[in-house]
Every structure is written in C-alpha cells, then in structure tokens.
Design a protein around this ligand. Sequence first.
Ligand SMILES: NC(=O)c1ccc[n+]([C@@H]2O[C@H](COP(=O)([O-])OP(=O)(O)OC[C@H]3O[C@@H](n4cnc5c(N)ncnc54)[C@H](OP(=O)(O)O)[C@@H]3O)[C@@H](O)[C@H]2O)c1
Length: 245
Amino acid sequence: MELPAIPGRDAVGVVDEVGEGVQDTVVGDRVFGLGGVTGATAELALLSARAQAPATWSDEESAGAGLASVTALGGLKVLGPLPGRTLLIEGAAGGVGSAAAEIALAHGATVIGTAGEHDHAFLAELGAIPTTYGSGLARRVAALAPQGVDCAFDTAASGSLDDLVAITGAPTRVSTIADHANARRLGTHLVNAVNDPALLDAAAELGRQGRYTPRIERTYPLERIAEAHARAERGRTRGKIVIRI
Ligand SMILES: NC(=O)c1ccc[n+]([C@@H]2O[C@H](COP(=O)([O-])OP(=O)(O)OC[C@H]3O[C@@H](n4cnc5c(N)ncnc54)[C@H](OP(=O)(O)O)[C@@H]3O)[C@@H](O)[C@H]2O)c1
C-alpha cells in the first residue's frame, strides 16, 4: 500500500458522475460497494465494484455491506450447495459471520453459529441455532445437530480449525477467511474477499427480499474517525463501524 492512504474499503453514496460507456448506473443512483483495498472513507470515492443499494437498507447498513457480503459469499461458495445442508459458522455474530448466517439460511441451510452469549438472542432472531465457542465445541454441536454437520465456515480465527475439520469429517468441507496458517497446515479452503459486482448484486437482492441486513456496531462522524479506528483496534465489535461524511 502506498502511503499516505485514505482508509476504508466499503462505501455507499449517490452517483455524481459516470464515465463514458457506463450503462447500468445513472447520476443520482444510490450505490454501495468497494473501493480498492483503501480509499473509500472519502467525500468522493471511486468504487471498483458496486451495486444498487436496496431501499430496505439504511445508509449505514449499505456502507457496511460490501466487504462483509462478498467475503461471506466467497467463504460459502467453496463449500458447495447449501439447500438442506447443516452449516456451522464460527464467529456467526460478526460482520462477515452474520452475513454468512443470513445468506446460508436464505439458501435453505440449517445454520449453527458460535458467538458469545450476549449475541445468542441476535443469532436466534436471524434463524440460526446459537452455541458458545471454545472447548467442547464438537460435543455441543453434536447435541444440536444429531444428523451431523456438512460444512463449516470460520470467521473467527480462534484456533478451532482442527475441531471444524473433525466435526465435518474433511478439510475440504471447511473454509476460513482469517486463519491462514492453520488453513495451509490442514488443507482447508482459505478465502479472500474479491471486489466482484455480481456478489454485491446477490447480497443486495437478498436485502430487497428482507433476508439480509448488514450488521452495524456504531456510526461515527468523520471528525471522530480516530476514535472509530481505536474502537476497531480494540476488537470485540458487533458488526461494522461506519464513518458518516
Ligand atoms: N480474508 C478476507 O478477505 C477477509 C475479509 C473480511 C474480514 N476478514 C477477517 O475476518 C475476521 C472477521 O471479520 P468481521 O468483520 O466479521 O469481524 P467482527 O465483526 O469483529 O466479528 C468477529 C466475530 O468473532 C467472534 N469471536 C471472537 N473470538 C471468538 C472465538 N474465540 N471463537 C469464535 N468466535 C469469536 C466475535 O464474537 P463475540 O463478540 O461473541 O466474541 C465476533 O462476533 C477478521 O479477522 C477479519 O480481519 C478477512
């Protein structure tokens, strides 16, 4: 990354200007999406991938939707078809985890999600079956899913990939977006976000249907962006932190 850099990968905004040859967007459209890896926390941002923001999402939700949804969709895609299958999500209440939970439920999966107890009611409201993370996970999951777990998506990098492979029966049934070293050691899928407008469209369509609402922890005005970064660095957020400009 070249410094100095403007932070931020996701954004929502109203289109001011379109380049020659652009056909699917007009001035005045409210679009959300991804800049590069940086550059999105700005009054004027160029998005490398965008989609129409659904009217069902607030500006804050639309601003936080891009990276979480493309990462969730990427992490789920490598696990194969979802209808009728049982999926375990580690870190299911976070920005990516809650997106994955809602998307998988919308596709007809049964979802078991790990989260701290403070988030169990939130997960149950989404339609997922909550459980706690940490030691004894296999035992808790076996009690919740006597039919077995078909696949697992790790968003927490808590060191549980060995457990997820044991629970599902094979490394190819497990994906992670955060635990690089263990993914390489075990041969699970390791997924990185792709700035793909087709994925944003898919997430927005679920938003229009009321089946996916991006989770927002808190919104800060631009003047307090340092506070927002300090909050993000402390971790244990419940969804995305949004900067309002
Ligand atoms: N590869 C990529 O392209 C990509 C893209 C986006 C994000 N990421 C990475 O993916 C991770 C998740 O991102 P996010 O935006 O969803 O973060 P987030 O909103 O902060 O969510 C993280 C979640 O993990 C849970 N958690 C914490 N410790 C845990 C543990 N020991 N076991 C299970 N769950 C635990 C937290 O739940 P509690 O509050 O209940 O503890 C929280 O809900 C981050 O590491 C991020 O850097 C990677």
